[in-house]
Ligand binder design. Structure first.
Ligand code: PGA
Length: 251
């Protein structure tokens, strides 16, 4: 299996531009020999400094959101060309916090995914069920629905470059990690859905991460599951020791 594990930090609304640069300067030496692809998802204002600090290292940089339009009267928003111009590699799209607090829907996620490709950014698309939905037994249907709509209209070649982050909402920031079996079950369902829609070649290549209370102690077990290709890491990505251990998980 040739999928490269992707260890992506999602800093959320944490760290000033100065703190971010200090962090990445320290991180780049620590992860220089990591086998995984290391990504830091930082606040917009941290992007220029972090991109500069990460130059020549193996750290890639992600934005945490983008608008789907190129430019215009959208106060407070940031567009794909603005991110691409800075040298951003990835963009996190449809995080559950964006869906919950900022009204993002599967349809806006789909528009943003198209915009990401248009401007040369690789999308990390987040999907996942709430605790109620899990208890109602609709996790598989819901996640398949979210994935289908997020990817609507993309070519098979584009889908190969998408990263999907399966993040059960009940596991985010709660310290309540999904068991590796629970996480694997849903990641395998997502891969099955990709296979139905785009064929086995695409399903074999697309990377599917798990997110939700990933930490230095549980990353290795999660990342070694057959259908889990790394993690989208919130809290633990803000700490150098922890994120280094996650990026250098035991194979
Ligand atoms: P957490 O956040 O690791 O703090 O649970 C994960 C995420 O929201 O991406």
């Amino acid at each position: 299996m040739s999928r490269k594990i992707i260890a992506a930090g999602n800093w959320k609304m944490n760290k000033t531009a100065k703190e971010a640069v200090e962090f990445v300067n320290a991180l780049k030496e620590r992860v220089a020999d990591a086998d995984s692809e290391v990504v830091v998802g930082v606040p917009f204002v941290c992007l220029p400094g972090v991109i500069e600090a990460a130059k020549g290292s193996n750290i890639k940089v992600a934005a945490q959101n983008m608008h789907w339009e190129e430019k215009g009267a959208f106060t407070g928003e940031v567009s794909g060309p603005m991110l691409a111009d800075l040298g951003v590699d990835y963009v996190i799209i449809g995080h559950s916090e964006r869906r919950q607090y900022f009204g993002e829907t599967d349809e806006t996620v789909n528009k943003k995914v198209h915009a990401a490709f248009k401007y040369g950014l690789k999308p990390i698309v987040c999907v996942g069920e709430s605790l109620t939905q899990r208890e109602q037994g609709v996790t598989a249907e819901l996640v398949r629905y979210q994935v289908k709509i997020a990817l609507l209209g993309l070519s098979a070649e584009q889908v190969k470059d998408v990263v999907i982050a399966y993040e059960p909402i009940w596991a985010i920031g709660t310290g309540k990690t999904a068991t590796s079996e629970q996480a694997e079950e849903v990641c395998a369902i997502i891969r099955g859905c990709i296979k139905e829609l785009y064929g086995s070649e695409v399903a074999e290549v697309i990377r599917i991460q798990y997110g939700g209370s990933v930490n230095a102690a549980n990353a290795s077990e999660l990342f070694n599951m057959p259908d889990i290709d790394g993690g989208l890491v919130g809290g633990a990505s803000l700490k150098l020791d922890d994120f280094e251990k996650i990026a250098k998980y035991n194979k």
